[in-house]
Design a binder for this molecule. Structure first.
Ligand SMILES: *[C@@H]1O[C@H](CO)[C@@H](O)[C@H](O)[C@H]1NC(C)=O
Ligand SMILES: *[C@@H]1O[C@H](CO)[C@@H](O)[C@H](O)[C@H]1NC(C)=O
Ligand SMILES: *[C@@H]1O[C@H](CO)[C@@H](O)[C@H](O)[C@H]1NC(C)=O
Ligand SMILES: *[C@@H]1O[C@H](CO)[C@@H](O)[C@H](O)[C@H]1NC(C)=O
Ligand SMILES: *[C@@H]1O[C@H](CO)[C@@H](O)[C@H](O)[C@H]1NC(C)=O
Ligand SMILES: *[C@@H]1O[C@H](CO)[C@@H](O)[C@H](O)[C@H]1NC(C)=O
Ligand SMILES: *[C@@H]1O[C@H](CO)[C@@H](O)[C@H](O)[C@H]1NC(C)=O
Ligand SMILES: *[C@@H]1O[C@H](CO)[C@@H](O)[C@H](O)[C@H]1NC(C)=O
Ligand SMILES: *[C@@H]1O[C@H](CO)[C@@H](O)[C@H](O)[C@H]1NC(C)=O
Ligand SMILES: *[C@@H]1O[C@H](CO)[C@@H](O)[C@H](O)[C@H]1NC(C)=O
Length: 566
């Protein structure tokens, strides 16, 4: 059966059930066919290395959707190993089957294809996609997602002249398979900071650098995302102020910035007005908590160009200095100033502040410590001393077909303590459906960390020093915390978030730092709604892939195919 009418079917279902009569409730189906390949001939900077491209492009193509559209992406895996793509920040409402992480989806095997179908339900904003398994993200395969507002929503700023997607990330000049094999040993530091896959301006051997052309007097929306593996960066544009307007699907209180810290996995929109002399100006992204002078890694400072259409010359001053990269207070103060605009509508006309946390009762609290540990002499990353062990069987399948039995042990993971020696575990914890969950992330590393929850936007209520204690709650901002899906955690400090668990499914909670994630800093939150009404959580898609113990290929014992338990 074709999916082509899914959008219309959803509208009809919605109209009947909810009698939505608002004019302009509409959505469209968006179709993409992606060929994902590793191109060994690409020389981005100074050496040829395999780069994961989509339809020959790096970064991959833009997914340009509007709230409630249905996106179909048929992914052909031309790599020589299994692949999954995840949609960072797209909430997959009632539909964790499409989330594209190892716990929800069986991998797309080399040489085969699989079609994701997901709705950008009740969302707007700036997001990214990237490959989620096998350390592929270090080789690219990522790209931008825009979810535009429906026409009926008033956006809290004038329509910009144009929009630019700016994907910035650190990059290793090596074969990703080699990097992956060394991740437990000499992980090292990246070589260069790329802007939309391009080397910094001025890099001696690079032929191409990123450049946006603007017209004097006009205002532009730049959607900046950190698609790197390791470094947070400070982003700034020479001689230009930026107005912060959006982050990962929330409109923020508009604040004027000289520079903006963006952590791994995060996205922001800023407005920039071309109000300077007609010349060329640097767009810079320099790593945080790292001294590129001392380590003599100048190319870790990303550098592109804001080019005025009538620019008469280079006219460039030296690369503008950002704040001291080691000034954590600067970064935290800026983070605390990123607030939710309570009065504006986002995906729906209701003001964002209608759904606020000023008066909620917490149902659950997870106090999580991310750190390193040795398990049997091997370097691993742990959460509460448990290092996530990825199974061949996707957890969501195990949940659906047999209530997890024989695959994972629900709630074995200690959500509030670190009292045991480090060990492996396939951590799946219960999130109470329609409860409020507090999550505290403690960062036991000497480097930045950032954490992401699939399936939700969470309210960022607090940042603090040292170890979190219950008294730390007195410092929370419960008035206008911003809602987003990835939050930074400073070394030796904590960050606290609240999430309203109204989205049943199997949801990944992970470090966005690729090494931390790959070596075990993740878990899954299982949110179950006992109501069997299929209008709640979606059934598996018709093209469901089976793997691990559910693999359909005939087994020697001829075991029967598994049946859903209910
Ligand atoms: C530029 O290319 C030359 C010749 O291939 C090489 O020796 C040199 O190291 C390269 N420089 C940089 C900065 O990559
Ligand atoms: C994205 O979609 C919107 C709404 O359909 C359209 O106005 C805009 O031109 C599109 N942008 C791009 C870059 O395709
Ligand atoms: C693979 O692609 C073909 C079209 O080329 C499509 O008909 C088929 O549904 C895709 N397979 C899956 C599992 O999505
Ligand atoms: C919040 O949104 C409202 C309504 O769109 C807008 O008028 C106001 O300027 C915004 N406030 C801030 C501080 O950005
Ligand atoms: C790196 O060197 C430049 C030029 O000397 C200087 O302006 C900048 O402050 C230095 N950066 C750091 C992090 O020390
Ligand atoms: C937050 O929600 C409560 C209802 O739970 C409401 O009374 C209050 O006005 C809201 N706060 C803001 C700032 O909108
Ligand atoms: C706030 O919470 C209290 C206690 O749960 C409740 O009695 C009160 O009605 C709530 N106020 C609002 C505005 O929701
Ligand atoms: C599924 O497993 C959970 C705990 O793992 C248990 O509480 C629940 O009763 C089980 N449900 C069914 C239908 O077996
Ligand atoms: C966590 O595991 C490490 C390594 O096994 C151990 O040294 C440490 O004591 C453990 N932490 C706690 C609180 O037991
Ligand atoms: C460590 O290795 C031993 C021997 O291979 C094994 O029995 C044990 O389960 C391993 N421990 C962990 C935590 O993996």
């Amino acid at each position: 059966m074709a999916y082509s009418s899914l959008c219309r079917r959803l509208i009809i279902a919605c109209s009947i059930l909810l009698a939505i009569l608002v004019s302009g409730v509409s959505c469209v189906d968006i179709f993409h066919e992606w060929i994902v390949s590793a191109d060994n001939t690409i020389n981005l900077v100074s050496v040829s290395q395999p780069v994961i491209t989509i339809n020959g492009m790096f970064p991959g193509p833009l997914i340009n959707a509007t709230t409630n559209d249905v996106v179909h992406v048929n992914v052909f895996n031309n790599l020589d190993e299994p692949l999954l793509i995840t949609w960072n920040g797209i909430q997959q409402r009632l539909n964790s089957w499409q989330d594209g992480v190892s716990g929800t989806n069986c991998p797309i095997e080399a040489g085969s294809n699989w079609t994701y179908v997901f709705q950008t339900k009740d969302q707007m904003g700036t997001f990214t996609y990237f490959p989620s398994i096998n350390f592929h993200k270090v080789a690219g395969g990522y790209g931008p997602i825009r979810v535009n507002n429906r026409n009926v929503i008033l956006v809290p700023f004038a329509k910009p002249e144009a929009e630019f997607d700016l994907l910035i990330g650190d990059w290793f000049e090596a074969d990703y398979k080699e990097i992956r094999s060394l991740v437990q040993e000499s992980w090292g530091i990246p070589d260069v900071m790329l802007m939309n896959g391009k080397a910094p301006y001025g890099y001696s051997n690079a032929t191409d650098y990123e450049s946006f052309t603007v017209t004097k007097g006009k205002t532009y929306r730049i959607r900046v995302s950190n698609v790197g593996s390791v470094f947070s960066f400070n982003f700034r544009i020479q001689n230009h102020k930026m107005v912060l307007v959006e982050t990962e699907g929330s409109y923020t209180n508009q604040i004027i910035l000289d520079s903006l810290d963006v952590h791994v996995g995060q996205s922001y929109s800023v407005l920039v007005t071309a109000n300077q002399d007609e010349a060329d100006y640097y767009m810079v992204a320099s790593p945080k908590l790292f001294d590129t002078n001392f380590s003599n890694t100048p190319y870790l400072v990303g550098n592109g160009v804001l080019h005025y259409a009538n620019s008469v010359g280079t006219g460039r001053a030296p690369v503008p200095n950002g704040p001291d990269p080691f000034d954590i207070e600067f970064s935290i103060n800026q983070a605390k100033s990123v607030r939710w605009n309570l009065t504006t509508g986002a995906a729906r006309p209701n003001p964002q502040g209608t759904f606020n946390v000023s008066n909620i009762t917490l149902t659950q609290s997870f106090i999580l410590h991310g750190s390193k540990a040795e398990i049997n002499g091997t370097l691993r990353y742990v959460v509460n001393n448990v290092s996530y062990l990825t199974l061949d069987t996707a957890l969501k399948l195990a949940d659906y077909f047999r209530n997890g039995s024989g695959v994972y042990e629900l709630d074995a993971f200690p959500v509030r303590s670190v009292n045991d020696a480090a060990a492996y575990g396939t951590s799946v914890v219960t999130g109470v459906h329609k409860g409020w969950l507090e999550i505290v992330f403690n960062n036991g590393h000497e480097v930045m960390d950032s954490w992401h929850l699939d399936g939700f936007g969470f309210y960022v209520v607090g940042f603090g020093e040292g170890e979190w204690t219950p008294e730390s709650r007195n410092t929370y901002n419960l008035y206008d915390p911003v809602v987003r899906s990835t939050v930074q955690v400073y070394p030796g400090r904590w960050t606290a978030v609240y999430a309203f668990l109204d989205n049943p499914g199997m949801w990944n909670l992970r470090s966005q730092n690729l090494q931390h994630w790959y070596l075990g800093q993740e878990l899954y939150v299982r949110i179950h709604d006992d109501d069997p009404n299929p209008a709640k959580e979606r059934p598996p898609p018709e093209n469901l892939l089976l793997c691990g113990i559910f693999d359909e290929s005939p087994s020697p014992s001829g075991a029967p195919a598994p049946q859903p338990r209910w």
